[in-house]
Design a binder for this molecule. Structure first.
Ligand code: LLP
Length: 439
């Protein structure tokens, strides 16, 4: 069975009778007239659709949305209404969930260098779980919990040593990683939790093996390692760990050549491997958590840009410049990520040409899409870049002192702002000119 992470475009994408693109029943050109560009657009039906795919594929599994992919209050509200918990990695993400009315018991706090203030805020909000990443954090968390007279449910984040074939910067589960306990360090971590850190309650193990993964085998291997370690620890320390968090990582389709597995295929591999390893290592069935980010939010998001200048390099490329770029989508320049785009407005001129879509930021590497075939573009045309829901706004910057774009949610022909466009006053709002420079 297929699932929405295998789609290139939001499921509501259509072309109206005059040739304009529509998403969520809204004309993209009209959205740009109303809200300006660049504009992030999120299609609610696609987002809720993938949540339903996941819930059907993973019955009795606790779904935790990795909010690093896109975290705003409205998005948190939608995910929460779909019964998802949240994998968070900062006070900012936890605070956003709180603002959205999320049940704090459904928050997991991850990260390799949680600060004192972040831990304190998480404890004050009574979040559900901490995934403890290293020895320093174990002792710090216990100390803060003790001073607040709280008992904290924790998982240990481990590095299972699985190589998956994705961009090096987004691999996390291999051995030379800044994240988690090495397999050889787990016992050394469990020992003080059982004997010394009385305010910590170890519930299970957590791992995350990478992102934008297309293979299914890696999840099989991951389960085996986690089940094996749980079984070993239960015996050695005479404890009863019964939670496994498999992290996220399921891929999406950025271009026609991408072929991500469906969430049903991944679920099959995970459940089969779980059955097999429960038998093999003789443990009781653990509670499973998964925390996908990209595959939940990516497909529902598109970014709209307006075409501005263009440049034909003599005997070379034709560059067409958009009014956004690496500040709203840093992924092409960071990871050489590839995207698919289409012209959103009807084009009378159907002559197709190969162009490179460039951003407007002062850096030669600010290219959004290289060598794409599009109808000959003119100033004012609207470009829709697909699959920008994940790790675009969440990694956006104010490079060149640019205002971050607005984000709208579309559904059933209605559009609502969910993130306001930044203004020039926002840009200078944190600036301070010391008195001695005035005058
Ligand atoms: N859980 C943990 C512990 C993680 O570190 C991550 C992502 C996830 C879950 C969610 O993974 P996902 O399902 O989204 O693949 N900025 C990069 C992606 C970095 C992912 C980091 N960790 C990008 O734009 O490709």
């Amino acid at each position: 069975m297929g699932s929405i992470n295998q789609d290139l475009k939001p499921i509501t994408t259509t072309v109206d009778e005059s040739g304009n693109l529509q998403i969520g029943g809204c004309s993209l050109v009209e959205l740009t007239e109303k809200y300006g560009t660049p504009l992030y657009v999120i299609d609610e039906e696609t987002l809720r659709g993938i949540c339903k795919d996941y819930k059907r594929a993973f019955p009795n599994v606790n779904m935790m949305y990795a909010s690093k992919a896109l975290c705003t209050s409205a998005i948190a509200k939608i995910l929460s209404s779909e019964d998802f918990g949240f994998d968070t990695v900062s006070a900012g993400e936890i605070y956003t969930c709180k603002n959205a009315g999320v049940d704090m018991k459904k928050i997991l706090f991850n990260g390799n260098n949680k600060s004192y203030d972040e831990i304190k805020l998480a404890l004050d909000f009574d979040i559900g779980r901490f995934s403890v990443d290293n020895f320093f954090e174990l002792s710090l968390l216990n100390e803060i919990a003790k001073s607040e007279n709280k008992y904290v449910d924790i998982l240990l984040r481990i590095t299972p040593g699985i190589e998956c074939h994705t961009h090096e910067y987004i691999q996390t589960g291999h051995l030379d990683s800044k994240f988690g306990f090495d397999l050889t360090q787990i016992d050394e971590a469990v020992e003080p939790i059982e004997n010394e850190y009385k305010n910590l309650r170890l519930r299970g193990l957590h791992a995350h093996i990478g992102s934008q993964i297309f293979e299914t085998q890696v999840f099989k291997d991951e389960i085996e390692i986690l089940v094996r370690e749980i079984s070993r620890l239960n015996k050695k320390f005479n404890i009863k760990l019964d939670e496994i968090n498999l992290g996220g990582g399921i891929g999406v389709k950025y271009t026609q050549k991408d072929n991500p597995p469906s969430v049903f295929d991944i679920a099959k591999v995970i459940f089969e491997s779980l059955e097999e390893n429960i038998q093999k290592y003789n443990i009781e069935r653990p509670t499973i958590f998964i925390e996908p980010g990209r595959s939940i939010i990516s497909t529902s998001g598109v970014t709209l840009y307006t075409v501005g200048s263009s440049k034909q390099v003599p005997n070379g490329k034709k560059y067409v410049a958009l009014d956004g770029g690496m500040a709203d989508n840093p992924r092409p320049s960071l990871y050489e990520a590839e995207y698919t785009a289409q012209v959103a407005n009807a084009k009378e001129n159907k002559k197709i040409e190969k162009v490179t879509l460039a951003g407007k930021y002062c850096e030669s590497g600010d290219i959004l899409i290289k060598d794409i075939l599009l109808p000959e573009l003119e100033e004012g045309d609207i470009i829709c870049v697909y699959n920008t829901g994940a790790y675009n706004y969440s990694m956006a910057s104010n490079y060149n002192r640019r205002e971050k774009p607005a984000m709208v949610l579309v559904n059933k022909s209605q559009s609502d702002i969910i993130v306001k466009r930044e203004t020039l006053d926002d840009i200078i709002s944190k600036d301070v000119i010391p008195e001695r420079l005035k005058g």
